[in-house]
Design a protein. Structure first.
Length: 401
């Protein structure tokens, strides 16, 4: 009996190490349209297609009639890890697809425009290959965060518009990893929840050469309800978890020296400081509260678009994204770091039918993690060096009624 009790206590400790860090997969997905991605997501002060519902909803006042945009974002997460003792691990590099749908209606001779968006501002997932260096700390996590976003925009006067919308959000999370006390043992949590929020936008173009944009999205808190199991030590049991998804604000300036060129710089700030604790209730081993201790930070976004004639265009962009995850609470399931992102894209805008393709990569030269608190009772640690090289492609088609 003493051995069994010791094992069960160890399971509780192992689950504790999992719960606080795995949900760090709830990172932002700011890539919501190929025209925006190709410009390094510097789009808040341009916002001249239906994806403005995400980038700056005030921009939909620039659109005429009814327009529907359908697209998908494909991303491959490539992380390589090397421990202080020389062990290595890598992620599974399959592409994941994230759909995006936007609809805008601007009645003729009306100052009002309306829009509906369905997209995923947070989410994705990550999975490490078999025989990783830390299977009892981080193995696999998947997060879906789907947002249904109706918005209304109003043109106060020519060149100045404002907008507001409601965000209706559904989220589903699955977490899995080894427990490590016997061959084949496994922990799994699966739960979902809902949350509501809002977004705001402002677009001001005082002169044809200059445009200014602001985009704000409120924080949401999702109360996940589901089940967890520590197999073979327990049966499925009801489990609840709480996680904050932070608010963020984006400001942009667009300079257009003539009708063929558009240069834009955006400053994007996220309140990651609000994501401090993840609370799990009902896990095997008792209720747990674990710190993220994230730090707020910026993304610096620059983009340029060149009109090529006959409706064709090409774009390029660059983003520098600051690291928001301190060493102490770093998780391989959200291996954040200072990132450099480059992007290119092209497309065509027609009277009725338009299309666009955007590509970007994310790269870091290596992040060294030390003093991490996620050390398992089996001696595993996530200290070491992490290299990131992600690839992503976004495609969309748009139809004007």
């Amino acid at each position: 009996m003493t051995i069994i009790k010791t094992n069960l206590a160890a399971v509780g400790i192992l689950l504790g190490g999992l719960s606080g860090n795995v949900l760090a997969v709830g990172f932002r997905l700011p890539n919501q349209d190929p025209e925006g991605i190709a410009r390094g997501n510097a789009f808040a002060a341009t916002a001249d297609n239906p994806a403005a519902i995400y980038y700056n909803p005030a921009g939909i006042c620039q659109l005429e009639g009814q327009q529907l945009s359908v697209g998908s974002y494909f991303i491959s997460t490539n992380i390589d890890y090397k421990s202080p003792t020389g062990e290595t691990s890598s992620t599974v590099t399959d592409f994941q697809a994230v759909p995006q749908i936007y609809y805008v209606y601007s009645p003729e001779e009306s100052k009002f425009s309306m829009g509906l968006g369905l997209y995923a501002p947070y989410g994705l997932g990550i999975e490490y290959e078999a025989n990783s260096a830390f299977p009892t700390i981080a193995d696999e996590a998947k997060l879906l965060y789907a947002c249904f976003n109706p918005v209304v925009a109003y043109e106060i006067c020519p060149g100045l518009s404002v907008a507001a919308g409601i965000t209706l959000n559904y989220s589903d999370v699955t977490l899995e990893r080894d427990i490590g006390l016997s061959a084949g043992d496994r922990f799994k949590f699966d739960g979902d929840g809902y949350a509501t929020g809002f977004n705001l936008g402002l677009l001001w173009q005082p002169r044809p050469m200059w445009s200014f944009g602001l985009n704000y999205r409120s924080a949401t808190n999702v109360e996940f309800k589901g089940e967890s199991i520590a197999s073979p030590y327990s049966k499925y049991q009801s489990t609840e978890a709480s996680l904050e998804f932070p608010d963020y604000i984006v400001g942009g300036i667009s300079f257009r020296p003539d009708e063929n060129w558009n240069f834009e710089f955006d400053l994007d700030w996220t309140d990651w400081d609000s994501v401090n604790d993840a609370k799990f209730k009902g896990t095997f081993g008792g209720d747990q509260t674990f710190p993220f201790r994230y730090t707020s930070g910026f993304m610096y976004e620059f983009g340029v678009t060149r009109q090529l004639g006959d409706g064709y265009f090409a774009s390029a962009g660059y983003i520098y994204s600051e690291n928001n995850s301190p060493d102490a609470t770093f998780s391989p399931l959200n291996p954040d770091s200072d990132l450099n992102l480059g992007s290119i894209g092209f497309g065509h805008r027609g009277d009725s039918f338009s299309w666009a393709v955007g590509y970007h990569f994310a790269y870091n030269s290596g992040r060294e993690v030390s003093g991490n608190q996620a050390v398992s009772p089996l001696g595993e640690t996530v200290d070491g060096e992490y290299h990131t090289f992600n690839h992503a492609v976004n495609v969309s088609v748009r139809y004007r009624f």
